[in-house]
Ligand binder design. Structure first.
Ligand SMILES: [Zn+2]
Ligand SMILES: [Zn+2]
Length: 272
């Protein structure tokens, strides 16, 4: 099993950097028979931390580097250019440990309490610049699209030869075709809410089996039976289990298919 999207450091985690990412979480994931974890990034700081972790756990933790549409100051034009320049340099210097650009995209849901809504123009600029980085470094994109699925698909369709995943896919049954229309290198990332969201179960039934990958989005979206507690990569097994039930296949067969998709998408292989 592979958790293709987890945050072990950074602003999504309550615990200070390093603590959640400490040996415990990684060892527990290995004990649960995971062979890799992809660390998603929300901003430059988290990208830097991810790279550090990927170096410490070479061959097991793999870093993504990117800027989340709601996790940055997109009001200030200079700040976007500066952050992209920083990201560019970071990826250029650490290519060996980076497997994806993201998470990036558009998020039109209201900003967190007390914060101003991010400008849509700023978000789009930030997104397009990261698409360019993914082309420059030939890396897949980890797409975050909230209340902006159609806009994201429209932007992606302007470019050629992109690959990536719609992480925590929330486009419903009706947009599956549109995503597939982007090309054969596009995947759907599904999370722990599959264990309690019947609507999402119906969506998964419609996703081609060779386009599905699984993730936790730790520390968020904890699956049943641990819903309400903090999520961790080891819990991705409950998402695999749910998919095997939906598909009506043995856990092992489900694992084989899903892992093959993740291998293809990120270009990584089990080190053992
Ligand atoms: Zn996200
Ligand atoms: Zn995330």
């Amino acid at each position: 099993m592979i958790d293709t999207h987890a945050h072990l450091t950074g602003m999504f985690c309550d615990l200070p950097t390093g603590r959640q990412a400490g040996k415990g979480v990684v060892e527990e994931a290995k004990m649960a028979r995971l062979w890799a974890i992809v660390l998603a990034a929300s901003n430059i700081e988290e990208s830097v931390e991810n790279i550090k972790l990927a170096k410490n756990y070479d061959g097991f933790l793999f870093a993504a580097a990117g800027i989340h549409p709601q996790q940055t100051d997109v009001e200030n034009k200079d700040s976007i250019d500066k952050q992209i320049a920083h990201l560019d340099e970071l990826i250029g210097k650490n290519k060996k440990n980076i497997v994806a650009v993201g998470e990036c995209g558009l998020d039109y849901s209201p900003a967190p309490a007390g914060e101003k809504d991010r400008s849509r123009r700023g978000q789009e600029k930030l997104f397009r610049k990261q698409i360019c980085l993914s082309m420059k470094y030939k890396l897949p994109l980890i797409i975050h699209a909230r209340k902006a699925m159609d806009q994201v698909i429209e932007i992606l369709s302007e470019y050629k030869n992109l690959k990536g995943v719609f992480h925590c896919y929330a486009g419903g049954k009706k947009r599956i075709k549109k995503v597939l229309g982007l090309g054969e290198d596009w995947y759907f990332g599904i999370d722990g809410n599959l264990t309690y969201d019947d609507g999402l179960v119906e969506v998964v039934k419609k996703i081609p089996r060779d386009r599905l990958i699984l993730e936790t989005d730790s520390p968020l979206l904890t699956p049943e039976p641990f819903r309400g507690k903090e999520n961790k990569p080891a819990y991705v097994k409950y998402v695999y289990k749910k998919v095997s039930e939906i598909w009506g296949v043995e856990f092992k067969e489900c694992e084989k298919l899903i892992d093959e998709n993740a291998r293809k998408m990120f270009g990584i292989n089990p080190s053992s």
